[in-house]
Write a protein that binds this ligand. Structure first.
Ligand code: PLP
Length: 372
């Protein structure tokens, strides 16, 4: 599996790279995107924008296909925070349905944004876990007729534990609540079919498991679009955006979730990685990921290193988190040996489709050596 696309990723020739949950490797096809971009700037004419808008549209189409979304239901912007705040700005938070239920396993931007909307009446209910895994029964108990939105990660950035989205969406919809999913830690390494799931909003980004850079995306369930009018907005969200006339309303499609002038380079770059991943297929990527993470768990267990992530395959995301004493220093000692991973409370080891089992064996031997 890994061998067929390894040579597309020059970074892999410089180190054992198991840091994909933080920043993914970028394929060499990006080099020509960058030189084309410079050529465009060097020979600038105004018509360039048409080509850039076409490039953005192609990226949106490829993204939509990758997550099972219909055309017109995906928008992009610079980062996930911008898009989540834009979702939040669509609602008025009047009781009795003014609760936002979230968890303490979120990436910090998620509670930070929802708590900022308390000034408009949002009542934020954070389901505590007291540990690395989510108590899904407790989460479901907290979602009731007072809940406007449930905001969860598909997989936790700090433990890799996944949430059973099917069960959550079914329960949330049965009480009239909407579901927002932060899938930054899963899109590109775990299958996600937004249409089959019936989920309302899905957010993700390019620079981790999608082998891109500097751009995030938002899927909105098409049936919701006509009723959503973000207050955090910009001229590109208007129904007459590219006529440069005042817009009377919002664009009919997910473009209503855009803002100001886009920066197309990150989408043009990110499309290269997305095409490679689409060519391999998400089911094959997931199968390889599970084999790799199983191997990490086996080595850790043998060495007596506590595994924080779920060990059951269906509950694991793409990363294995290990509870290693003095973990941050260990990360640096590994980096000195060109073994790259990340640390956030736990040591996070995130192999991707281009990693081999030999690399994992080498990495885990180095980990045991530097922790001895
Ligand atoms: C789960 C998750 N959500 C969001 C982010 C980042 O959000 P933003 O694009 O706003 O920086 C990250 C990591 O950077 C993440 O792991």
């Amino acid at each position: 599996m890994a061998d067929s696309i390894r040579d597309q990723f020059p970074l892999l020739g410089t180190c054992v790279y198991l840091n994909n949950n933080s920043t993914g490797a970028v394929p060499k096809g990006v080099e020509s995107v960058l030189s084309d971009y410079w050529e465009t700037l060097r020979t600038w004419r105004d018509g360039v924008w048409e080509g850039w808008h076409d490039g953005l549209d192609e990226y949106l189409g490829a993204l939509a296909a990758f997550i099972g979304a219909p055309p017109g239901s995906v928008a992009v912007d610079a980062n996930l925070s911008t898009l989540l705040a834009r979702i939040a700005s669509c609602f008025d938070y009047r009781a009795p349905r003014n609760r936002v239920v979230t968890t303490d396993l979120e990436f910090p931007t998620v509670p930070f944004i929802w708590k900022a909307f308390r000034r408009y009446g949002a009542e934020v209910d954070v389901v505590g876990t007291g540990g690395p895994h989510l108590d899904e029964d407790e989460l479901l108990r907290r979602v009731d007729e007072r809940t406007l939105i449930v905001s969860v990660p598909h997989a936790s950035f700090s433990s890799g534990a996944t949430v059973d989205l099917e069960r959550l969406v079914e329960h949330a919809h049965s009480v009239g609540a909407l579901v927002v999913v932060d899938a930054f830690q899963t899109v590109g390494v775990m299958p996600l079919d937004v249409t089959a799931l019936g989920v309302d909003f899905v957010l993700g980004g390019a620079h981790k498991w999608m082998c891109g850079v500097g751009t995030a995306f938002l899927y909105v369930r098409p049936g919701l679009l006509p009723g959503l009018e973000p207050a955090a907005t910009g001229w590109q969200a208007g129904d007459r955006a590219l006529t440069f006339q005042p817009s009377a309303g919002y664009a009919a499609d997910a473009r209503r979730f855009t803002g100001g002038t886009p920066f197309p380079l990150t989408a043009l770059i990110s499309r290269v990685g997305l095409e490679l991943l689409s060519g391999v297929g998400i089911e094959a990527i997931r199968a390889h990921s599970l084999v790799c993470t199983e191997r990490i768990i086996a080595h850790a267990t043998e060495a007596g290193i506590p595994v924080v992530s779920p060990v059951e395959p269906h509950r694991r995301g793409g990363v294995v988190c290990l509870d290693v004493p003095d973990g941050e220093a260990v990360k640096y000692r590994l980096a000195a040996r060109d073994m790259i991973c990340s640390w956030r409370t736990y040591l996070r080891i995130g192999p991707h489709v281009y990693n081999t089992l030999d690399e994992i064996d080498e990495f885990m031997a180095a980990l045991v050596a530097v922790t001895r």
